[in-house]
Design a protein around this ligand. Structure first.
Ligand code: URA
Length: 434
């Protein structure tokens, strides 16, 4: 078998066999296939697509390219949650303590952000002392003891995805359903959970722009999961506007703590509770959504979820005093208020523009080796549907780069759409695919 023949076949729209896909993944792993050949095949897949059989084989061999975590000694009811990526997406950090406080096990391996803002691991690392570089054994023992742990995705799980993703990122081949599906599902299967809940985003701040595309991706992921014997469920929601008010790293940690103290932004509550209710349903904890909802509200109002968050932070060496004193989180030297140019109601806040502004302020990275400024970020003082007056503050920019302010301010002003009429309340959830 030769890789050039496989590229040629896909270029002409052919369907790859299981053996060809296995040959491709093995070749990536033993370096017998060059990066330029892999890139050519990725581009051919980008334009010609892959059917469900091909996507399943690709996922299967990506899983088999590395270690598969065995968590069965901890429980046979382990939940994992994964977001396809968004702006201000801090849901994992509220979901995990809620699950653990509900006596459900979650084992979460997460990525760093490559793109406009930090990933979940970057956000956590803004907590002084917090360790995300857990070995597999440490990770498992913390899950066992605290019902949850969160660590940086190790290179030993689905390593073929790491290699492919690095090339996709620089060859503009990320935003295509079979490649996103195999990337996400292979990592989740290798991570060992048996209930996988996917938080699939569409909109300006997501890889896929329409709900229809997000639904197609979700259906593919659920089907691949079924064919590979994993219970996958996908919650589809809008990422047209940032989630919550904080976008960045330490500013998002602060918003998470406020949420757990009971100051829940409605959009964060809707997504977090829907994912948690779905986990309750999947694991058989509560069959009824209403019962699950009441239970979650009680976990917040009783302080149980916040206590769990502190327990997780402490168990991974983080400083829990940040929960009572936010000045212990990294602080930016410059704080700049962006003012509204007109009166009206906030009709939209373009997530991508806010993310770009955030990156300019120092909160994201261009390439893997770039370092992140944990203190940089944006706090949206006005959100969808809220009234604003000309000259009123709509967002606060945090940075250590004075010269980045003007461009970030222009992006934020451009991101805000202000209308004369009050927009209708809207639900973020589009559909749940089981
Ligand atoms: N998240 C992933 O893990 N992989 C993708 O390809 C896209 C989003």
């Amino acid at each position: 078998m030769k890789i050039i023949d496989i590229i040629e076949k896909k270029k002409k729209g052919g369907v790859l066999t299981e053996d060809e896909i296995k040959f491709f993944i093995n070749g990536i792993m033993d370096n017998s296939i060059e990066d330029y050949q892999t890139s050519a095949l990725l581009m051919a897949i980008y334009f010609q697509g892959m059917n469900i059989d091909e996507t399943t084989f690709l996922t299967k061999y990506m899983v088999e390219s590395g270690e598969i975590l065995d968590l069965s000694s901890i429980s046979d009811n382990i939940v994992d949650k994964h977001s396809t990526g968004g702006v201000g997406d801090k849901i994992t950090l509220m979901f995990l303590p809620l699950m653990a406080a509900s006596d459900l096990y979650t084992a979460k391996l997460s990525g760093r952000g490559l793109g406009h803002t930090g990933g979940t691991i970057d956000k956590l690392e803004s907590i002084p002392g917090f360790r995300t570089d857990l070995s597999i054994d440490e990770f498992k023992s913390k899950v066992k003891e605290h019902k949850t742990a969160i660590a940086a995705q190790t290179l030993s799980l689905a390593p073929a995805d790491g290699k492919l993703y690095a090339l996709r990122d620089v060859t503009s081949t990320v935003d295509i359903i079979p490649l996103i599906a195999s990337s996400v599902v292979s990592k989740k299967i290798a991570s060992g959970a048996n209930h996988i809940i996917l938080d699939v985003k569409y909109g300006s701040g997501a890889f896929l722009k329409t709900p229809e595309e997000a639904q197609k991706l979700s259906e593919v992921m659920v089907e691949v999961g079924k064919r590979l014997n994993r219970n996958i469920c996908a919650v589809i929601s809008s990422m047209n506007q940032p989630l919550g008010r904080a976008v960045g790293n330490s500013v998002e940690i602060q918003e998470v703590i406020e949420f757990l103290k009971g100051n829940m932004e409605p959009d964060l509550k809707e997504i977090t509770f829907t994912l948690a209710q779905t986990a309750f349903e999947k694991t058989g904890k509560f069959a009824s959504k209403e019962e699950g909802f009441k239970y979650l509200e009680n976990l917040i109002s009783s302080g149980a979820a916040l206590e769990k968050f502190k327990e997780i932070v402490a168990s991974q060496n983080g400083d829990i005093s940040i929960c009572d004193d936010y000045t212990k989180l990294p602080q930016a030297s410059v704080k700049y208020e962006v003012k509204s140019l007109k009166d009206g109601f906030v009709k939209n806040i373009d997530a991508l523009k806010v993310a770009k502004a955030c990156k300019n302020l120092g909160a994201g990275r261009e390439k893997k080796s770039d370092s992140i400024d944990y203190s940089a970020g944006i706090y949206l003082t006005q959100k969808y549907g809220e009234p604003v007056c000309k000259g009123e503050t709509i967002a606060v920019l945090y940075t250590n780069k004075q010269d980045a302010i003007k461009e970030a301010e222009a992006l934020v002003i451009d991101a805000f759409e202000i209308s004369d009429e009050e927009p209708k309340a809207q639900s973020l959830i589009y559909k749940i695919i089981h």
